[in-house]
Design a protein around this ligand. Structure first.
Ligand code: CA
Length: 235
């Protein structure tokens, strides 16, 4: 699983028409993406296996293996979990669209497309991809949170916290070392109930600290006097 050293998103284009390939790669490069090119499905599948691809633009009409079959194989493979796949096709028929989406395509663009629209769909696909990739686990120092499983571990030991403490910790984990004022935390966590007082935050911070303390001696949730709180593992 190699990947380029930059943090740019990596897009794989599978397209057999040179002029289309040129148009796509030129515009995607200009937008700041890294691009890999494949002229047919076989090459596309190979590159897909070798690299950590963020998004695939896949032509439907390809020589040898069809785009639909390539789509099926990519979506079946292990490293496709967070990859966004957009099918490009000259066919505009509803039935084809359904077949493409049935095979696991995430999106579908009919040729001839406007480059502007295509780039917008790519941006949106990349956003969805990074959300899926980053949303489930948050780590900082000894703390590990798995959001979907509602699990928090400190020093590899599970701690039990209430839903508000969970949300509070999630906000802190999303921006370690950032200092949040009480009202900033209130706004992020108690969005529906604006009548909550700022000292409520102190109560829940207290519960969170107690839960962390049950497994670790480190003071991870720091008080920043006169301002608020910050998740910081430095001493
Ligand atoms: Ca084609």
């Amino acid at each position: 699983m190699q990947r380029t050293s930059s943090n740019k998103s990596l897009i794989l284009i599978v397209e057999d028409e040179p002029s289309q390939m040129e148009l796509l790669s030129f515009n995607l490069n200009a937008e700041g993406y890294d691009v890999l090119k494949a002229e047919d499905g076989e090459e596309g599948l190979l590159l897909f296996k070798e690299h950590d691809i963020d998004l695939v633009l896949l032509d439907w009409m390809l020589p040898n293996i069809s785009g639909l079959e390539v789509c099926r194989q990519m979506k079946r493979s292990k490293n496709s979990k967070d990859c966004h796949l957009i099918m490009l096709t000259a066919r505009g028929e509803e039935e084809d669209k359904v077949r493409g989406l049935d095979m696991g395509a995430d999106d579908y663009i009919v040729k001839p497309y406007s480059v502007k629209e295509l780039l917008a769909r790519v941006r949106s696909g990349i956003r969805i991809r990074s959300a899926a990739k980053g949303a489930d686990t948050l780590n900082y120092g000894k703390i590990k949170m798995e959001i979907n499983r509602r699990s928090v571990k400190v020093d590899n030991k599970a701690i039990s916290i209430g839903p508000l403490e969970f949300k509070l910790l999630q906000v802190l984990l999303e921006s370690p070392k950032r200092v949040f004022s009480r009202s900033q935390l209130l706004e992020k966590i108690w969005t529906e109930n604006l009548e909550v007082e700022t000292r409520t935050v102190d109560v829940h911070i207290g519960r969170l600290r107690k839960a962390i303390k049950s497994v670790s001696d480190d003071n991870l949730v720091k008080t920043v006097r006169g301002f608020g709180y910050s998740l910081d593992d430095s001493t």
